[in-house]
Design a binder for this molecule. Structure first.
Ligand code: PLP
Length: 404
């Protein structure tokens, strides 16, 4: 029922071969998403940095690198993973939040692009690097946007960015150390369907640019929405591309500088390219509820519990069965529920269910809670399913614990 890029039979075959629970990704779908971006944005004035927090497996990062995309990191370890995979420092961006200045300093010394998001770290940057290295600053635009409050990052109570109201203090630090501010960054949240939100960022850039004569890059952050439910629509890329192209030209003319737009899409790049497959262990009837109890839980896919996220669920063992309502639950000692009242092709114990949109913030947020193993990950590329990380084994649960 979803317009998925991998068929039921391919998913089923991967589950048979590698066991469940299992994360499955599709390289060609990732490439298709990137091509779709390239098709709508003016190439000479736009750069895309995959926000790798969504999914950091090095084989995925290699797919991203090989297609010519850049990479956005949210920790110094993600920066190290990117370097490990062979991204050039100049194609790496590190958008930091609440980090020790050491991480910023390390990233700058590695030659990576860095966005700083506090006056405190900007001051430390000025003290250490003065005017010798270009830097970006993350601005909090005081815009409310995003799929829900936990993924909204631009509003007036958000911890992210330097509040617009502190522009004077920001300028004082910049002048004191002659800091070369090359990038203004705004990320208002995740799952932003409304193109106007990005245009609002452009307005904020417009008001800020007279204060920052060295700025060349306008970084709009990530947050493109992708469809999660059947019939749902994502961000309208042709429209967003057209509007961004236009406003970038206007700003470049107005300020007499050739600005480049940067974007940091995470979900857009990998969400729909990922599938999570689990087996129904138990069917349990209670009143008019039928629980389908899976061999997985919030430890493997936390988004429904964490954000009330909708993940479409299908029965890949019996996709043609008549629909029936289920509460789809996990095996963890909280009430970990993936869906309360969901129509799914009628389930028999042992059937395999697939969760769509599992590529972004799925495996990446998985844990060993309840001492359960993290699942394996498989990548389909050129039609072949390859193991890209194995499931945990019992020894892995003990591997970090030192003998006393
Ligand atoms: N850039 C920044 C600074 C972010 O905080 C995030 C998400 O948290 C992203 C990019 C990626 O967001 P999304 O996966 O919604 O595109």
């Amino acid at each position: 029922s979803m317009n998925a890029s991998l068929s039921y039979s391919l998913l089923h075959a991967a589950a048979e071969k590698f066991g469940t629970p299992l994360y499955v990704y599709h390289a060609e779908k990732i490439e298709q998403q990137y091509q779709n971006l390239l098709a709508h944005f003016e190439s000479t004035q736009t750069k895309f940095f995959y926000a790798c927090k969504a999914l950091t497996n090095v084989h995925i990062l290699k797919v991203i690198k090989d297609m010519g995309c850049n990479i956005d990191c949210s920790s110094i370890n993600e920066v190290r993973l990117a370097l490990h995979v062979g991204f050039l420092p100049n194609n790496i961006l590190y958008t930091s939040n609440s980090v020790d200045f050491d991480e910023i300093s390390t990233a700058v010394e590695l030659g990576v692009n860095v966005n700083i998001d506090s006056l405190s770290n900007l001051e430390k940057f000025g003290q250490k690097f003065g005017e010798t290295k270009a830097i970006g600053v993350r601005i909090r635009p005081d815009v409310m946007a995003g799929g829900n409050l936990k993924i909204s990052t631009g509003h007036i109570k958000s911890k992210f960015g330097i509040p617009l109201t502190q522009l004077d203090a920001l300028k004082l630090i910049q002048e004191k150390y002659k800091i070369n501010i090359r990038t203004l960054h705004i990320h208002t949240g995740s799952e932003i369907k409304d193109v106007a939100v990005f245009m609002k960022s452009a307005e904020v850039f417009d008001t800020l640019l007279p204060h920052f004569p060295t700025v060349e890059v306008l970084d709009f952050g990530g947050g493109f929405k992708v469809p999660y439910a059947p019939g749902e629509e994502g961000t309208d890329m042709p429209q967003l591309g057209a509007e961004v192209n236009k406003v970038m030209k206007q700003l470049s003319e107005k300020f007499g500088r050739n600005f480049t737009a940067w974007f940091e899409p995470g979900k857009y790049m990998v969400s729909e390219a990922g599938f999570f497959i689990a087996k129904v262990n138990v069917l349990k009837t209670s009143g008019d509820i039928i629980f389908a109890g899976l061999n997985t839980g919030l430890n493997h896919l936390i988004r429904p519990m964490f954000y009330d996220a909708y993940h479409h669920i299908d029965n890949i063992s019996s996709p043609e069965n008549p629909m029936k309502q289920y509460a789809v639950v996990g095996n963890i000692c909280e009430t970990d529920t993936f869906a309360w009242d969901r129509a799914i092709p009628e389930i028999t114990e042992g059937d395999l269910l697939v969760f769509y949109n599992a590529g972004a913030y799925g495996y990446e947020m998985a844990s060993n809670y309840n001492a359960r193993f993290k699942p394996a990950q498989v990548l389909f590329q050129h039609g072949e399913p390859k193991l890209i990380s194995r499931a945990d084994q019992f020894e892995d649960l003990l591997s970090l614990q030192v003998p006393l």
